[in-house]
Design a protein around this ligand. Structure first.
Ligand SMILES: *Cc1c(COP(=O)(O)O)cnc(C)c1O
Length: 395
């Protein structure tokens, strides 16, 4: 990184790397599965750990190392690892901590596949999970005695409820419970869980860190000992490493992360505020519109949900949109929409949204980098098209 790493801002540090080979300004993509040794002795030295040369790209690649250094700059902590998806980062991290017979405490309305991992695979291996209201610090506190892991995602999926990470981290430490936060929504720009006492931060880097809807990736950042445990006991054997090509795409995404997040913050808040003022919107779930409690967020992501009144026909509303595409995922340049009623019908069993009572008329919006006035006109057009004819419009 730059020599002035302690005196320059994060934007500057993301824009600068250490000097690369041949003076390349972008990090070289080491498109190689293995790395060779000059001599028998050089190989011995590497296996002894006397030198740090990469051996094999499932374990280590210099392009990924550049990414990891930048992630440590952004999130704090000592070390980072990258994976071939957010779920790989989440599953590797959880499995490095728990053993059969252990108990996990997890917040309600966690990301759906995290829920299925805990309810399915983890329980098959004798690891029990209890789900608690993450907004209720006292309830989480009561559940921690005897637990091994507290898994948080702030704000959570569908309902976008924040957790008080600082208080929960303190309670977890007092109970000798390791903490993980999924920080994908806030991004490292708007929330710094490690500075609040959380042990490990995971991201679906598919979302804001990549930022261009062309890469599936995950990362974890934390203290040296916990990250080393993931790296030594789980990661090489599950084998879900991130390719150097994808690591380079994430480094490129990070260059513009602060400026993109600023735009997402502003546009998301603008659209959410206007939706909340409409009679045909029952409620808007966006942390920026909730009564101000103490918050760990320095700004907001642009993924949020709202509930449509009975006056609006949901399929017509979705089909009338021209700029918001129907599609899962988020965090790229383009605006997206997911209706809960479709998501709720998905393979019924082990569906967090069903189990925790997400209202069926909820709509999830992701506000992209387009002009927010264009997006608002698109939404207004869809409201007009989808207003049921027999209902008197009270607006
Ligand atoms: C998408 C997502 C994940 C899973 O990440 P993948 O990259 O799809 O594996 C985890 N957590 C949250 C909050 C997400 O939005």
């Amino acid at each position: 990184m730059t020599k002035n790493r302690n005196t320059t801002s994060i934007e500057t540090q993301l824009a600068h790397d250490d000097r690369h080979a041949e003076g390349a300004i972008a990090p070289p993509i080491y498109q190689t599965s293995l790395f060779t040794f000059e001599s028998y002795q050089a190989m011995v030295d590497r296996y002894r750990g006397d030198v740090t040369q990469a051996i094999y790209s499932r374990v280590d690649n210099p392009t990924n190392t550049v990414l990891h250094e930048k992630l440590v700059l952004l999130e704090g902590g000592d070390a980072a690892l990258s994976f071939s998806s957010g779920m790989a980062a989440i599953s590797n991290t959880i499995l490095s901590i728990v053993n059969p017979g252990d108990r996990i405490v997890c917040i309600k309305n966690v990301y759906a596949d995290t829920y299925r991992l805990l309810r399915g695979l983890c329980s098959r291996f004798g690891i029990e999970t209890i789900f608690v209201d993450g907004a209720d610090v006292a309830e989480v506190g009561r559940s921690l005695s005897g637990a091994k892991l507290l898994y948080l995602e702030s704000p959570n999926t569908w309902m976008f409820e924040e957790q008080d990470l600082k208080s929960l981290a303190t309670l977890a430490r007092a109970n000798d419970v390791t903490t993980i936060v999924d920080n994908s929504w806030a991004s490292p720009i708007n929330q710094s869980p490690l500075s609040l006492g959380i042990d490990l931060v995971v991201h679906s880097a598919t979302k804001y860190i990549s930022g261009h809807s062309d890469t599936v990736a995950g990362v974890v950042v934390g203290g040296a000992a916990l990250v080393e445990r993931i790296d030594q006991t789980v990661r090489p054997y599950l084998g879900a490493s991130l390719s150097a090509q994808d690591a380079a795409r994430l480094i490129r995404g990070l260059r513009t992360l602060p400026i993109r997040i600023q735009r997402h913050h502003e546009s998301g808040l603008t659209i959410a505020t206007r939706l909340a003022a409409r009679n045909d919107v029952v409620r808007v779930c966006h942390p920026g519109l909730q009564p101000k409690k103490s918050s760990c967020l320095a700004g907001y992501g642009s993924l949020f949900s709202f509930e449509l009144s009975d006056a609006i026909d949901i399929p017509t509303f979705c089909d009338a949109l021209e700029l918001f595409h129907l599609g899962v995922s988020w965090g790229g340049y383009e605006s997206l929409i997911v209706p809960a009623e479709v998501s709720l019908n998905q393979a019924g069993e082990n569906n967090a949204a069903v189990d925790f009572g997400v209202p069926p008329r909820m709509i999830r919006l992701f506000v992209g980098l387009e002009d927010p006035e264009d997006l608002w006109r698109d939404l207004e057009g869809a409201f007009s098209a989808a207003t049921k004819k027999l209902v008197i419009n009270t607006q």
